[in-house]
Design a protein around this ligand. Structure first.
Ligand code: GLP
Length: 237
């Protein structure tokens, strides 16, 4: 794992260029995608590259990290809806090649089928990640086993509070989600994490100073050979 300190704009530019180059050299690549505000600037750059005929997503496959439990795909707060609105509807990707975990899964065993699906498509070439203020990645909250595959996760009070900004009020935020596990994420060939926004400063400071530990899920990335953490330099001042 390495850490790069750049401006928010330079982070979005560099990550989108890595993805654009991957699609150019490997049109059938498998992308691991994230929701939240962090990847939006990157998605806008990818849409622009598509509109300028620089790239085509026709043969690309994508897997999203997570989905709220018990929320229909058509619900406007679902992560499927978010992906359709912010990326898939604006590019030429074949929707049947875009996968988002099913929010109506009943057991962890059923959830882990997602990992077999990823494997059957050749594994994730590039995994995009955001960061929770408590150091979570996807919905792997502090304490999640490093061996976890896709599973049902209970959200912490902090995450529910953080994500309330996307809902009308905190009571509307689902308390559970289905998420790729830490092992599922570590299986990706390349990992790019975006840490922008002041709320990420504490988790980044811990990542820099602490050893790999289960209470800081993002710290597992220290064990990945091809992971880059992009930190907005202004958040550490
Ligand atoms: C949620 C998602 C994470 C995301 C995080 C940060 O909890 N499950 O995958 O990384 O929010 O969101 P944002 O990018 O909006 O700060």
């Amino acid at each position: 794992m390495k850490i790069k300190y750049l401006s928010k704009d330079a982070i979005e530019e560099e990550i989108s260029n890595i993805i654009i180059n991957e699609i150019k050299s490997n049109p059938k690549c498998v992308l691991g995608l994230a929701t939240g505000s962090s990847p939006l600037g990157i998605y806008n750059r990818l849409i622009k590259a598509y509109k300028q005929n620089e790239i085509s997503f026709k043969k690309v496959t994508s897997f999203n990290l997570d989905e709220y439990l018990g929320i229909e795909e058509t619900h406007e707060k679902s992560y499927r809806y978010f992906m359709n609105e912010n990326l898939f509807n604006k590019i030429d990707i074949d929707k049947s090649n875009t996968f988002v975990p099913n929010g109506f899964i009943k057991s962890d065993k059923e959830a882990s089928q997602y990992d077999y699906l990823i494997e059957s498509k050749g594994g994730i070439d590039i995994q995009l990640l955001g960061l929770g203020s408590d150091g979570h990645i996807a919905f792997n909250e502090p304490g999640t086993s490093f061996d976890s595959l896709t599973h049902i996760a209970k959200l912490t009070d902090q995450t529910i509070k953080d994500n309330a900004r996307f809902f009308n009020n905190v009571n509307e935020v689902p308390t559970k989600a289905i998420t790729m596990g830490l092992k599922s994420i570590m299986n990706a060939k390349k990992i790019l994490l975006i840490a922008t926004g002041i709320s990420k400063a504490k988790a980044i400071k811990s990542l820099i100073s602490d050893d790999v530990n289960i209470n800081l899920p993002v710290s597992i990335l220290k064990e990945h050979k091809n992971a880059i953490i992009y930190v907005d330099s202004s958040i550490l001042n």
